[in-house]
Design a protein around this ligand. Structure first.
Ligand code: GAP
Length: 514
């Protein structure tokens, strides 16, 4: 049976198609699994998110610069980065349902279910004991909770060891021991666990030989690492400094059925911050805090974000966490913050034979910097904005509306300009107002249908303000501005409109709050 949130997620997906945000890729041929196209409103929202991130990184930090590296890279890049050998997902099939799963995800979900059981015991006891309830004491002594905890710790330790040593048999054994059943068939009829490399490959040049095999980058970060010295030298950058980049990445995701949450072609916004070895933990904390702030000032609700520390660290990291967002599919990874040590630069030095060291003039010594990375999927950020702002509302008059309360700074259109009637010179006056505003604000002009219907359509695409031009406008040069969220209208004189709305929709104004 579908839960309320499943329904919500389905509604968001169909809304985003109906209103020109996201279409299945090549839909006329029945689409391509886990690949999507952004429509007229989606492309604008996406560009605004990019601008918000890019300005934050490269304008608010005078020690961060941006680059735009190619998607294709020399194939040795991926040997050095560890992706050829280690960028694998452990996959397992259920023989009855014929469905394929990521073994580590199945195990993590089973562990999460045990955590839920602990929470339920705590809730029950807290209700029973009221104010006298002491959570720590309860968790330290309750036999059921202790047994769940023992199972959780044991499963986490075994998962970490199995992933760390790529021991597929140990993962399978853990699935058996945790008595994990297939959510579809309900059986435990599993195949062995196999490694599956997530990189897409193709051939460069005209010969399909192994020597010509290249990869579509699975992360943008390596384009930054291989350019580390180019940027440092030409930009005369001093450690600590950062390099930011926005671009496409590709992963042959097997478990990919969550709309734009997990795609095969997606976009990343990554920043590598190069620091002196030994100072990385300080910078790791710094970037955790900065990135969380960047999210929260958008106003989608502080409670929708939380940190989640990684237990199973990627092959390159000595500390890592996610910023999770409360998606309709639950709290899930939105952004990763990783302390990547000197793993990447050291390996590129080894494989390329070129020195990738920084000469620290103050200390008169050379070293390979350590790296703190902040990495966010643009599409996932898009989904967080979309799902965080989507609301189905019942209004006082009994009618209903679907509204996207997108932060005005990110909204695809900032203002809709609506002549009340298609006559009496109102369209001409409205066009004149638009001609003045359109250089500063993305405007949408519409004169068809009753005004109420037009307001609803703008609510549905998240336009924060509607300007209505009526007969009074012709008399006293004022218009009404309708606010999307409160639906209140105020009368404003036309010369004041631009300054008022520009400030209300300004990305810079949001950035100033960080
Ligand atoms: N350079 C580090 C890196 O790529 P990651 O945790 O694999 O780390 C970073 O990915 C971010 O990229 C994730 O937090 C997520 O937002 C996004 N991402 C990763 N895989 C994705 C996919 N298949 N579809 C959409 N976004 C994805």
């Amino acid at each position: 049976m579908a839960t309320q949130d499943d329904n919500l997620f389905r509604n968001i997906i169909s809304h985003s198609k109906e209103y020109g945000f996201i279409f299945p890729s090549s839909e006329i041929y029945d689409g391509l699994s886990a690949v999507y196209d952004y429509g007229q409103n989606g492309a604008e929202l996406k560009n605004n998110i990019k601008e918000y991130w890019w300005k934050f990184m490269t304008m608010l930090h005078d020690n961060i610069v941006g680059i735009d590296a190619a998607i294709f890279m020399h194939p040795t890049t991926w040997k050095a980065s560890g992706h050829v050998d280690a960028f694998n997902d452990p996959l397992i099939d259920n023989k009855d349902s014929k469905k394929r799963y990521r073994a580590d995800v199945l195990i993590e979900e089973a562990i999460a279910k045990l955590e839920d059981k602990v929470e339920k015991e705590v809730e029950k006891a807290s209700k029973k004991f009221g104010d006298a309830f002491n959570r720590k004491q309860f968790e330290d002594t309750n036999p059921r909770v202790l047994e769940y905890r023992r199972k959780i710790d044991d499963a986490n330790a075994r998962l970490k060891a199995a992933m760390g040593s790529s021991d597929m048999a140990a993962l399978k054994q853990l699935i058996i021991d945790l008595e994990i059943t297939d959510p579809i068939s309900g059986t435990r009829n599993w195949t062995d666990v196999r490694q599956f490399n997530l990189m897409f490959s193709t051939e460069i040049g005209s010969l399909a030989e192994e020597a010509n095999k290249i990869y579509l980058r699975p992360e943008t970060a390596q384009g930054i690492f291989v350019n580390f010295l180019n940027v440092q030298k030409t930009g005369r950058m001093k450690v600590p400094f950062g390099i930011a980049q926005i671009g496409k990445a590709f992963r042959n995701e097997i478990v990919a059925r969550q709309f734009i949450f997990r795609m095969r072609e997606f976009e990343q916004m990554e920043m590598q911050f190069f620091v002196q070895p030994g100072s990385e933990m300080e910078w790791y904390e710094h970037w955790k805090e900065r990135r969380m702030r960047w999210h929260k000032v958008l106003g989608l609700g502080d409670n929708n974000y939380r940190f989640f520390d990684h237990l199973n660290l990627a092959h390159y990291a000595n500390a890592a966490c996610d910023i999770q967002f409360n998606f309709p599919i639950g709290f899930k990874e939105l952004e990763g913050i990783h302390s990547r040590t000197d793993f990447d630069l050291r390996n590129h030095e080894k494989y390329s034979g070129k020195k990738l060291q920084y000469f620290d003039t103050e200390r008169n010594t050379s070293y390979i910097p350590y790296v703190i990375e902040t990495s966010i999927g643009l599409d996932r950020m898009f989904l967080s904005v979309l799902s965080g702002s989507y609301a189905e509302e019942k209004l006082e008059d009994g009618s209903e509306r679907v509204v996207l309360r997108i932060p005005p700074a990110l909204a695809p259109n900032k203002v809709a300009i609506l002549p009340l009637l298609r006559k009496d010179g109102l369209p001409e006056k409205a066009r004149k107002i638009m001609d003045d505003l359109k250089y500063d604000l993305r405007c949408f002009y519409e004169e068809k249908d009753a005004i109420g219907k037009r307001y609803r359509r703008q609510d549905a695409i998240g336009t924060p303000y509607c300007i209505t031009v009526d007969h009074q406008t012709l008399e006293d040069d004022t218009v009404t501005i309708r606010d999307r969220d409160s639906m209140k209208q105020e009368r404003v004189s036309i010369p004041e409109v631009k300054a008022k709305l520009t400030e209300a929709c300004s990305i810079n104004a949001v950035l100033r709050k960080i």
